[in-house]
Design a protein around this ligand. Structure first.
Ligand SMILES: [Zn+2]
Length: 362
């Protein structure tokens, strides 16, 4: 969706001019004369003059990732994604007048889940693996987070989910500086990411992992899809102190933090859900095996998981018992954030505030 209001916020990502005009096919910069094409549901606002060193694998391997991510269909916010959604939503306190920006929105699911609570929801990502619901309901821009196509102070709030752990340090600094630039002073930024810090509750978490491994060794399921999703996690911010320092370098200050010690969550993810997926996919696969040739690109485990997810997704409406069962499991996983949210560990939710101009971090 490209709402009229989006155009008011734009600036040229190449020369930073606000001297833009819109035609049927593109947004044009009157100063550097670059044209930014309007596609079906989004505008390509990538900077035209810059070749960056770092490029996300979601961009370089877009086609392959598209197959594995299963990105076009949106499920409701449940399980680990549901916990992220619930905690970030509470931190951001969205209101109906807010202009909100999801920086690195991926398929746009978090933006979609929150779009109805705000005035304008804008998502940007350099890869255009957008969900159908995102194309329909949020303002999508293809953009590079190091050179955002928005004017200073365009947004009241910004969101960043599962982004920072992918970037090397110089990209993180650019990403946060640009995020701060497009936030108004006093604007709020909520992020979920991951450092390398170990939890004091790690032995409990590892117990679930070992039980999961036991099932993997017996061929009941595997974690190949998770491994691939995490394959480019750099975690350049190694500790939460690094996170605080990076935010301060960008002109933001930390307001609130909750850590996610995944004690209950690990048991759910490594054992309960994987067993459920294996059972559901097995019934389904037996029926499908006779007719369909298996896809070659992805492993059996990944296929099994995708089959289970697609199958479950059809039942994920608020009238179905499956939905409410998964919702209950989501609340159980969220308990981890409430019970030990003060204990430092890798996964964290942070809320930061953009300081007024000229105000050094206090
Ligand atoms: Zn320009």
């Amino acid at each position: 969706m490209i709402p009229r209001e989006l155009y008011r916020l734009l600036q040229c990502p190449t020369c930073r001019s606000r001297n833009l005009y819109v035609t049927n096919t593109a947004v044009h910069c009157a100063d550097c004369r670059n044209a930014y094409l309007r596609h079906d549901g989004y505008i390509d606002l990538m900077p035209r003059d810059t070749a960056f060193d770092y490029v996300s694998k979601y961009v370089t391997e877009e086609e392959h990732m598209a197959e594995e991510l299963d990105y076009r269909d949106l499920a409701p916010p449940l399980l680990a994604a549901g916990v992220r959604q619930r905690v970030l939503r509470r931190m951001l306190r969205l209101s109906s007048g807010d202009y909100v920006f999801d920086n690195g929105c991926g398929n746009g699911r978090f933006a979609v889940w929150n779009a109805d609570a705000v005035r304008l929801m804008v998502g940007s990502d350099p890869a255009t693996l957008y969900a159908d619901a995102a194309v329909q309901s949020i303002a999508l821009t293809q953009a590079d987070s190091r050179r955002l196509p928005f004017a200073d102070a365009s947004f009241d709030k910004a969101l960043s989910v599962d982004v920072l752990e992918h970037f090397p340090l110089d990209v993180i600094d650019d990403y946060l500086a640009e995020t701060a630039r497009v936030l108004r002073p006093g604007g709020r930024f909520a992020a979920f990411s991951n450092t390398k810090e170990m939890s004091r509750l790690q032995p409990l978490i590892n117990a679930s992992r070992r039980l999961g491994q036991w099932f993997v060794q017996r061929g009941v399921y595997d974690f190949e899809r998770e491994a691939r999703r995490k394959s480019d996690h750099v975690k350049a911010l190694r500790t939460f102190d690094d996170v605080v320092a990076a935010l301060e370098r960008s002109g933001m200050r930390v307001v609130e933090v909750r850590f996610w010690n995944t004690v209950i969550t690990s048991f759910v993810e490594h054992v309960v859900m994987k067993l459920g997926e294996a059972v559901i996919a097995r019934n389904r696969a037996a029926k499908a095996a006779a007719t369909a040739a298996p896809q070659v690109e992805t492993s059996e485990g990944t296929q099994r998981e995708l089959v289970a997810r697609r199958r479950i997704r059809h039942q994920l409406n608020p009238r179905s018992p499956v939905y409410w069962a998964l919702y209950a499991v989501t609340l159980l996983m969220e308990l981890d954030v409430w019970l030990w949210g003060h204990l430092r560990t890798g996964p964290y939710f942070v809320l930061a505030e953009k300081l007024p101009e000229g105000n050094d971090a206090l």
